[in-house]
Ligand binder design. Structure first.
Ligand code: ZN
Length: 189
């Protein structure tokens, strides 16, 4: 067998290097995903699943399907969907209802050590209420491009002008959170 021409050998070496690079990139991506899928993230997903369950109950009651959960010391202290129609109350967004309920349960209008989980990016009213309640952390599912006050329309919860900022994690089960909203509005049209 004749020895391979030099240029072919260099091609096969570069193909090998290319594959090696792809494998190494894939491993890097996998390890970063493993880091992202930490215990905290699993907890966030579990609580967001509960918030989605509440959102589905809201839809069944004819309300816009948004669900919220308030967690204190890893325990759920309040859960609610939107109640604006049932309660004839424009302020009865899911987040407002859980903030009120959690304050009552914990006996404190300042909600230190809590995390608010909500399926959709909060509006300006709910973002403002979170600041007043000093909620330290917010986890939400999908963005609300028509009214979101975390980053879509306004950036209230992390504004340096205010005396409290909320740590935010977004995009948890985002497609599921958006899907139940879309399904609800498709039926209504
Ligand atoms: Zn709201």
């Amino acid at each position: 067998m004749r020895p391979q021409p030099l240029e072919n050998r260099s091609t096969s070496t570069s193909i090998f290097r290319f594959h090696e690079g792809v494998v190494s990139l894939a491993l890097q991506e996998l390890s970063s995903k493993l880091v992202l899928c930490s215990r905290d993230m699993r907890t966030d997903i579990e609580f967001m699943e509960l918030a989605l369950e509440v959102a589905r109950e809201s839809a069944a009651a004819g309300e816009v399907p948004i669900g919220a959960i308030l967690v204190h010391d890893h325990k759920m202290v309040a859960r609610s969907g939107n109640r604006t129609i049932r309660d004839c109350d424009p302020t009865a967004h899911a987040e407002m209802v859980v903030l009120r309920e959690a304050s009552r349960v914990l006996g404190n209008y300042r909600l230190a050590g809590t995390t608010l989980y909500v399926t959709v990016e909060p509006c300006s009213m709910c973002a403002g209420a979170m600041i007043h309640a000093r909620v330290p952390r917010l986890v939400y599912g999908c963005d609300d491009p028509k009214g979101g006050a975390v980053r879509s329309c306004f950036e209230i919860v992390q504004s340096p002008r205010l005396n409290h900022q909320v740590e935010v994690t977004s995009g948890i089960l985002a497609s599921e959170c958006a899907a139940i909203l879309q399904a609800f509005f498709v039926i209504r049209r």
